[in-house]
Design a protein around this ligand. Structure first.
Ligand code: ZN
Length: 102
């Protein structure tokens, strides 16, 4: 997967279209990511003790990475990153617009 934890992405489809946020989790196998403030699900939490109130917590749920595009930290453009292989066979991710390693 070309998007990883710590990246900043922009949502390109669905209810959260147009939002930007930081990737807080990435599930490579499932092709899904969790982004701060995006795809919020409400979860009811039952009171743990008597006399305590139950509450609703809002947690961001995973969604398909194809619904987001990466924001290049160097040039600030929306990109689909490319991968190149260095001579020492280390894979690096690059921005196709400004050619920076990101
Ligand atoms: Zn760039």
């Amino acid at each position: 997967m070309k998007i990883k934890k710590g990246d900043t992405v922009k949502i390109t489809s669905g209810n959260d279209k147009g939002k930007t946020g930081k990737v807080i989790r990435a599930f490579g196998n499932a092709g899904k990511i969790v982004v701060e403030g995006v795809n919020i699900r409400k979860k009811h939490v039952r009171p743990k003790r008597q006399g305590q109130k139950g509450e609703i917590v809002r947690i961001p749920a995973p969604f398909l990475v194809s619904r987001a595009m990466l924001l290049c930290p160097k040039c600030g453009k929306l990109i689909r990153p490319g991968m190149i292989l260095h001579e020492d066979s280390v894979k690096v991710r690059i921005c196709k617009k400004c050619s920076a390693e990101i």
